[in-house]
Design a protein around this ligand. Structure first.
Ligand code: NIG
Ligand code: FE
Length: 412
């Protein structure tokens, strides 16, 4: 029998168990075990509950983390929308934006995403692996153990495949779980000779079959926006991807409303951004299975309004929160800071914010994570504090002291 490890004692252990997938939450609904511990065996949660009971029942276990009573633990976090595979940087865009040019104006004049495409095409696959690993390690220190990573800065056959292969390689080299998403439909690249519809056909006919063959991704994303793809071509693309067995997700309503209706109609697993989502769409989310993903890092990066999370939750939507970490709109990448600021601005309860970066973020990726239960993979993070609410109260300044994923334990 393999060895057991007893983690704790934790003054508070939040399980996130027993909460609804959709709609508003009160902090009183959170399950908080006090003076608690977790038994881990073979990378899984064997048992959890009262520390002294666990000490008795599992007297053969090895104790760890038992030198600090002022610590709490909770499921580790999930960042369900990032673009952390990129080359170069976009500080020039930043200086133009703060001097008054808009994100869409910079894109329309040939900069923005296209600049990152140029730099990412120049980078080798190994260089991209190195860059992804560096960013994923930063996320691990923030208590994040699952990260969605999009392609979308290659925008031709070779460079989209290079990005997805780099994500796959990076995933094999780090304990953090990386979930790839094909975003060949980020924008139509400058060097593609044809219409937007023809570009999407090229992706479906030339790129997607290789992605399927090499098992590089089972999720695909499209940016529905002025200057990117319109609703009509996006609908055809989404239908075709679903026929090929892909989960579809979409960047919608970032600057104009409308795309989220398409995402819901097409059964997208998530619809992300939503800064300009209108009341009617907020209601539609409440009646759908599509997760509404707020990206406060993009609002902060571009100096724009936040996603109407309060309205979405009050309409019974499933709301997740992610960083959108990318070199253009969201260079910060700090999930807790961003979730805390969004929560303060949108009046989200701590339970709603926590749900948005744990099991509701897992739902956006259609994975079962973000809850601490017996039998699940051990994925939790530890903070040196006596009250879990300090995580958001301190707006990202309180950092995890350790993160556990499977059999691996990382102390910071
Ligand atoms: O989610 N809006 C589209 N895509 C990214 C930004 C990509 C970039 O600017 O490099 C986003 O904001
Ligand atoms: Fe994005």
């Amino acid at each position: 029998m393999s060895s057991k490890t007893l983690y704790g004692p934790f003054k508070q252990l939040l399980t996130m168990n027993g909460l609804p997938l959709k709609g508003s939450l009160k902090d009183e609904q959170l399950e908080i075990l006090t003076n608690a511990g977790i038994i881990v065996q073979d990378g899984k949660v064997l048992d959890l509950g009262s520390y002294s009971d666990l000490e008795n029942i599992h007297s053969d276990s090895e104790k760890t983390f038992n030198n600090n009573s002022e610590q709490i633990a909770l499921p580790s976090f999930i960042d369900c929308h990032t673009h952390i595979c990129w080359g170069g940087n976009r500080v020039n865009d930043y200086s133009m934006r703060v001097a008054g040019k808009s994100y869409l104006e910079i894109a329309a004049s040939g900069g923005g995403i296209s600049d990152t495409v140029t730099e990412t095409r120049k980078a080798s696959e190994d260089k991209l692996v190195e860059l992804i690993l560096d960013r994923a390690k930063q996320h691990l220190q923030r208590g994040i153990t699952t990260i969605e990573v999009k392609s979308g800065y290659g925008l031709n056959l070779d460079d989209e495949l290079k990005m997805l292969r780099a994500i796959k390689k990076a995933n094999e080299k780090i304990a953090v779980r990386l979930i790839p998403t094909f975003l060949g439909a980020h924008i139509k690249p400058k060097d593609f000779d044809g219409s937007h519809g023809e570009y999407l056909d090229f992706l479906l006919q030339e790129v997607v079959p290789i992605i399927v063959e090499e098992k590089l991704a089972t999720r695909a994303d499209i940016f529905v926006e002025e200057g990117a793809f319109d609703i009509d071509v996006a609908r055809i693309y989404a239908k075709n991807l679903k026929l090929k067995g892909f989960d579809v997700t979409m960047h919608v309503d970032q600057f104009h409303p409308g795309g989220s209706k398409l995402a819901i109609e097409e059964g997208s697993v998530s619809a992300d951004h939503l800064e300009f989502t209108d009341d009617e769409s907020c209601e539609l989310f409440g009646r759908s299975e599509t997760v509404a993903v707020a990206l406060p890092g993009a609002s902060l990066g571009l100096g724009m309004q936040f996603t109407p999370c309060r309205k979405l939750l009050d309409n019974n939507a499933c709301v997740a929160i992610a960083t959108d970490w990318n070199p253009g709109s969201a260079p910060m990448g700090d999930l807790i800071t961003q979730a805390a600021i969004l929560g303060a601005s949108e009046k989200l309860t701590i339970a709603e914010t926590l749900a948005g970066i744990t099991f509701r973020a897992a739902r956006a990726l259609r994975i079962e994570e973000g809850i601490l239960r017996k039998g699940d993979e051990a994925a939790f993070t530890v903070f040196e504090t006596d009250d879990f609410r300090n995580i958001f109260y301190q707006q990202g300044q309180l950092k995890p002291s350790a993160t556990i994923i499977g059999g691996d334990s990382f102390e910071f």
